[in-house]
Design a protein around this ligand. Structure first.
Ligand code: PFF
Length: 462
């Protein structure tokens, strides 16, 4: 089992930096990081909040035009430095003679990943609790009102929610403390096909729900009058969130990647798989939402209300629900480890303390902030930060400020600051494709990110 991770004297990196072995390990780990709550929970609900197809189309364009090139750039940055995101950026700054102030750019992915993890763990905790509810038969024969009641009941019970959050954070910390990410990545090899199969089964159900055509139209017939700068900014943030970009997750994984693995192929495969899964989930959820008269804009509870409802009315529905929410929890876990790893790796480089100790401290702090996020659904719902509750504020700051900024850092550092021959060496592809990649990260990505961010924050209007 431990065979899969060795310390290597990798070019440009510390001699004790681990490298994952096994042909598929990086592909699996990166897919595990990308596919998570973003695809299953967030994509359907923010699509519903933003009116459907036009939002979906913008998200697809962002994934293809910005996401794929950035994924390659981020993997390349990580593999060539074989260090944590902060050190990667700092090394390039020193090499280039850039001012110390630019080291701040290296902090963006570090802070961003941890701030996402605070609320990510709370939602992942919901999926753990839903496994339990399904086992208890709470959803058998349930109707729309009942399903809504279960969900609002959960939001109201701080203690239960904190329990789910605590268990999930403990699982994440356990894996990271043992440095067992590569081992976990292996299980993605069979869990991802299982998740896809489950989505296909549920798709089969939603096709016969009576409202499939309406669901498809909702997702794929755009009405651009509904598009606002805020929606475009949310689509951009989500494209990055869903692909795990700009937060150092893909960068640290890149730093564990073997030299002979092909970054362009791996990066593109991960990005496309991730997008297909999100669209598949949309196709599962919206027909059910329409068939049962739920609101597409129901918010964060959308899948927690619609899936149990659909499954609960099938023979063996409880089993389906258990399997589905277990897969959600696992997908979330394979993402949350990639959110904790960048910070643990960064501290490990700087402090002479054991990995478990560092992990417990970082995870403990994140867990505490997560509790505040959980309480913002109930006891602390009066507390507002710039008009938003704690959960929404964390989601907004990380999704629409830190993620695009992190994307910008990856684009600028891989496209402009990193030594050109070093990145060329990482991205094994034809000269023509490399030129396209370069144009994408040097010009298109920074320009679009800046425009979209300024529009989303209301600083410019278009
Ligand atoms: N991509 C993950 C998801 O879609 O659930 C979330 C995520 C993981 C975001 C790692 C950012 C990250 F660095």
């Amino acid at each position: 089992m431990r065979e899969e991770m060795t310390k290597s004297a990798a070019p440009g990196g510390g001699s004790d930096h681990p490298v994952w072995h096994g042909r598929w390990t990086l592909l699996m780990a990166a897919t595990g990081s990308a596919v998570g709550l973003g695809n299953i929970w967030k994509f359907p609900y923010i699509t519903g909040e933003n009116g459907g197809a036009a939002f979906v189309l913008i998200y697809i364009v962002f994934v293809l035009v910005l996401g794929v090139p950035l994924m390659l750039g981020e993997l390349g940055l990580g593999r060539s430095s074989r260090k944590s995101p902060l050190s990667t950026i700092m090394d390039i700054n020193r090499e280039r003679g850039l001012p110390k102030g630019l080291d701040l750019a290296g902090w963006i992915p570090q802070i961003g990943s941890i701030s996402i993890l605070t609320f990510y763990s709370v939602i992942a905790g919901w999926s753990l609790l839903y496994i339990l509810y399904s086992l208890m038969g709470v959803f058998s024969g349930i109707d729309a009102a009942g399903s809504e009641e279960v969900f609002t009941g959960l939001l109201g019970s701080a203690g239960v929610m904190i329990l789910g959050h605590t268990v999930f954070m403990a699982l994440t910390a356990f894996i990271i403390a043992r440095g067992a990410v590569a081992g976990i990545a292996r299980s993605i090899g069979w869990l991802m096909p299982l998740l896809l199969t489950m989505v296909v089964i549920m798709l089969g159900y939603s096709m016969f729900s009576g409202e499939f055509a309406r669901g498809v139209a909702y997702l794929f017939t755009p009405d651009f009058s509904k598009v606002t700068p805020a929606a475009i900014s949310e689509a951009l943030g989500h494209a990055f969130f869903s692909l795990s970009l700009g937060m150092g997750a893909i960068m640290v994984y890149g730093s564990y990647m073997q030299n002979q693995e092909n970054i362009p192929v791996t990066g593109t495969t991960v990005s496309l798989l991730d997008m297909v899964l999100a669209l598949g989930m949309g196709l599962v959820v919206f027909p059910v939402v329409f068939a049962y008269g739920l609101e597409p804009s129901a918010g964060p509870g959308l899948i927690f209300q619609s899936v149990p409802l659909a499954m609960g009315n099938l023979p063996l529905g409880d089993i389906f629900n258990v399997v589905f929410f277990s897969l959600v929890a696992f997908a979330a876990l394979s993402s949350s480890i990639s959110l904790l790893e960048p910070t643990v790796a960064m501290i490990e480089e700087r402090v002479q303390t054991s990995r478990p100790v560092i992990t417990v401290i970082v995870a403990g702090g994140t867990w505490l902030v997560g509790i505040a996020a959980a309480l913002s659904f109930n006891h602390w719902d009066e507390i507002k930060i710039f008009g938003a509750g704690i959960f929404d504020a964390l989601d907004f700051v990380s999704g629409q400020i830190l993620l695009p900024l992190g994307g910008l850092v990856v684009a600028v550092w891989s496209g402009w600051y990193m030594n050109r021959s070093a990145i060329r060496e990482q991205l094994v592809m034809s000269d023509a494709l490399f030129s396209i990649w370069e144009i994408a990260v040097r010009y298109v990505t920074p320009l679009l990110i800046v425009l979209v961010m300024l529009g989303g924050l209301g600083i410019i209007s278009f």
